[in-house]
Ligand binder design. Sequence first.
Ligand code: GLY
Ligand code: MN
Ligand code: MN
Length: 468
Amino acid sequence: MRIFIPLCIFLLPFLVEAQNPNDYDSDLLPASFHKERREAFRKLMDSNSVAFFFTNPVRQRANDVEYVYHQDPNFYYMTGYTEPNAVLVLFKNKIILDSISTNEIIYVQPRNPSDESWEGRRLGVAGVQSKLGFEYVFENTSFQDLKLDYNRFKKIYYPYSYNDVRDDPYNEGDLFSLMKIFAKQTEKFKEKKDYVGLFTRCAQLRETKTSQEMKLLRKAVDISVEGHLQLMRNLKTGMKEFQAQALVEFGFKFNGAEFEGYPSILGGGENSCILHYVTNRKKLNNQDFLVCDAGAEYHGYTADITRTLPTDGKFSETEKTIYNIVLEAQDAGFKACQNNNSFRAPHNAAVEIIKKRLKEIGVISNEEEYINYFFHGTSHYLGLDVHDPGMNGKLKPGQVITVEPGIYIPEGSPCDKKWWNIGVRIEDDVLITGGEPEILSGKLPRTIPEIEKIMENASNFINLPSEK
Ligand code: GLY
Ligand code: MN
Ligand code: MN
C-alpha cells in the first residue's frame, strides 16, 4: 500500500496529460515557433491595425459523417491549433481591454466531455494556454463580448469568407456564429477591411521556411519517397489504379503521415493525360504508362512528388523518348533554381527544352504549339499547402518549390498515333540555397535505368485478387 498510494498520485496527472491530443507526437512545432510567426506577422501589419484569423469550416460528407477535419494552414501557422470553431485576433500594438493589456487573444472550443466522447479530445482553454503558449484564451462563445472600437483602427485584416460554413444551431461558438459576429461588428467599416492584405502578409512569411519547418517538410518528403518506392517495387500489370494508390498510401500511413497532402493521382494510359485525375479505378495493362502524383502530409507539411512508371517495368521506345524529354526539361529546371533567379526561371528553362525537343521528334511543327502538350506551370511553392502561398518574386534561400515539367499527348492529338495516350510528369521538391539547389526528393529513382532496375524484381508481396 505504501508504494501503491504515492504511485497513483504520481501516475494520475501523467495519465491525464497523456490524453491530450498534442502529446502523442514529440516533434510538433513548438509554441515558440507559432509565437514567433505571430510576431513576424505583426511586424508586417500597418500601424493601427488588427487582424482576424478564422479556422477552417467543418464540412459535411454524408449523413452524420463529416470530412476529416483539416485546419486552415494560415491558422495553423499562427497558432498550432488543429481544432475547428476558433478565431485569433492579433493587434499591431498592445491594447487595453477591460483589465488586460495584450496584443493577441484567441477564442477556442471549450472542453465538453459529452462531445469529446464522440469526436475526440480537445485542448480547451487550459490546453491552449499550456500547450500552445497563449496567455489570453477564452471560450469561443465569448467572442461576442469582444467589443472593439473599430473607429480607432486604420485597417482590419481578415480572410475570405467561405460560403459553405454550416450553422450549427446548437453551438453558439461555431464558426458560423464567429464569422457572423465579426461581419456584423465590422459592417460599418468596409473601407478599412482588407483581405488581400492578410493573404499577402501570410505569403510573405510562408514562402521562406524556417529550420523548424524544414525538419517537418523533409520528413514529409522522406515518407513520400518511401510510398513511391513501395509502388515501384510492387507495381504489376493487371493491377487497378486504386491498387497502385494503396501501395503508395500504405507507405505514407505506415511511416507516420497523417494525411495525403492532396488526393493521390494514379492515372494509367489515357488517364495519364489528365493532370489532376483522381478516379483511380482503371485496370492497368502492359502498354500503360502510369503517372503517380502523390505526397504525404506530416504535421501539416506536405510533399508533392510525381513519377511516371511503365506498368510492366520496361519503357517502350516511344515512352523513352517522351520521358527523356521531360527528364531533360526537369534537369534544366533544377539548374535554374538559383538564388536571385526569378520564380519563373525553372519554368522558362523547362519550356525551352520541351519546345525544341517536341519539334525535333515531329510532335509539333511550330515551337509555340508546345503549349498544347505542356499546359501547366513548372513550379509552385510547397509547405503547409501543396500549392503554398508565396510572392512569385526572386528565388531565395529557404524557399521550397516543385520542379514538375510534363508532356501530355491525349488520343486524337494532331501528331503520329504512336504518341497517343502518353502522359509524363516528373516532379521533385527543391530547396533553394545560397549555392546549388537541394533536391529534397532526390533519393527517389528518376532516370529510366534506375526505374527499370528497381521494377525488375517486382515483389510477390502483393498477390492480386483473382478476377471474378
Ligand atoms: N499535385 C498537384 C501538383 O503537382 O501541383
Ligand atoms: Mn506540384
Ligand atoms: Mn504533384
